[in-house]
Design a binder for this molecule. Sequence first.
Ligand code: CP
Ligand code: NVA
Length: 308
Amino acid sequence: MKNFLDIHKTDKADLRGIIDNARAMKDARQGRPRGAPDDTRPLEGRMVALIFEKPSTRTRVSFDVGVRQMGGQTMVLSGSEMQLGHGETIADTARVLSRYVDMIMIRTFDESVIEEMAEYASVPVINGLTDRTHPCQIMADVLTFEEHRGPIAGKKVVWCGDGNNVCASFLHAAGQFGFDLTFSGPVQLDPEPEFVGWARGQGSTVTIERDPKKAVEGADLIVADTWVSMHDAQSAKERRHNMLRPYQVNAELMAAAKPDALFMHCLPAHREEEVTSQVMDGPNSVIWDEAENRLHAQKAIMRWCPGV
Ligand code: CP
Ligand code: NVA
């Protein structure tokens, strides 16, 4: 039994296995209705709890559909409606849930919640986003890049904007999958030095370039995300927008990258803020494949955790 807590906490070979398995499972489903079960039903008879302490569209639906395709059942729980939101400890919640369900996915604020859940649960725990990381998203992103362009190792990925949770998991993936990452954003919103240092320690070249046009030179992939994350104070919105406006991904910026550079965004996007509709809906954008691949990547994660 294994937890999927973060990309840098998961073995390199296991990460590669998850991506390859996701690809194989996706191929095996070609042309089937979304609701049709897979030929193999590895989660038959298993119950998965999906806990959300923050809003979600993709994570919620893709995990739910993924479990059902694999023959299992789900229970979607909102943190505020559980005793978890009313003072019961994470440890006690983990002990109790482990008596009912076979796997737990949780989206929460502080990463210590996931760590405590994993420590006290006797079933696998999966990180569905915290304030600091979003590992399932980046597994889907690696899958998406490789479907379109082959191995991501040695490629140049450019992150434009806020050095947030999604950026952090990209840094972890850079270290694990062997690609280079350039961060382009304002100094106040740099990614955490711990994550930059970790990726560099794995041999990945991590560059900080304040000028977005210079940053994207030679880029194979450009990535953007919201300028105000769910954990950011709404009162900081205007200040963040002012700082981040020069880092908008638009046609002019895309033109400064390699002609076949891909564009990704984990979504939800704010059109005409961090990215223009012209880029989102343009020929280099793979955002819908990226969203679909949440399903396939997470299915592979949910097989890897219990080893089925
Ligand atoms: N990308 C992502 O995690 O989307 P949701 O917040 O809709 O789950
Ligand atoms: N950085 C965003 C990602 C949403 C999927 C947030 O945390 O709100």
